[in-house]
Design a protein around this ligand. Structure first.
Ligand SMILES: [Cu+2]
Length: 149
């Protein structure tokens, strides 16, 4: 994981090419489908918290933490950091969007795979693993499960 490869995906691994990269603070979830939140921190202790979910989990540097949930109603929900993590703590906000499967599928179809990002960057002479402007909205990968990193 580097500034030029924020997801830490090995560009030489063909199995990573179909990973869908979502670099945003907007987290989409399909209604009624179980989601595994896989959480990592690159710097200090944080805490992923969505009050309406009645669930939160620490993000601990060097450890992968997780929890499972199944969204039961559609809507937009605030994501908060529930750990006083530093001077940027008040800016650590995001949004969960729980939507019906067709809306989720349409959103997912707009996201680029790692292979597409590498091809786009190669054509532009940019670092191969760096998501382009189209996807620069936050952090996370989605490939079956949802991940925040
Ligand atoms: Cu914080």
């Amino acid at each position: 994981m580097t500034p030029d490869n924020p997801f830490g995906i090995n560009p030489r691994d063909p199995h990573g090419r179909d990973d869908i990269l979502v670099e945003t603070n907007e987290l989409h979830m399909p209604l009624g489908k179980p989601v595994k939140m896989v959480l990592r921190s690159k710097d200090v202790l944080h805490d992923f918290y969505v009050p309406e979910f009645r669930a939160k989990m620490d993000l601990v540097p060097g450890i992968v933490t997780y929890f499972w949930m199944t969204p039961t109603r559609t809507g937009k929900f605030d994501i908060l950091c529930a750990e006083l993590c530093g001077v940027g703590h008040h800016e650590m906000r995001g949004t969960v969007i729980v939507e019906e499967q067709p809306a989720f599928d349409a959103w997912l179809a707009e996201q680029m795979t790692f292979g597409q990002v590498m091809a786009q960057n190669e054509a532009a002479g940019a670092p191969p693993a760096r998501p382009g402007r189209r996807n620069v909205r936050g952090r996370g990968t989605l490939n079956g499960d949802s991940h925040l990193s």
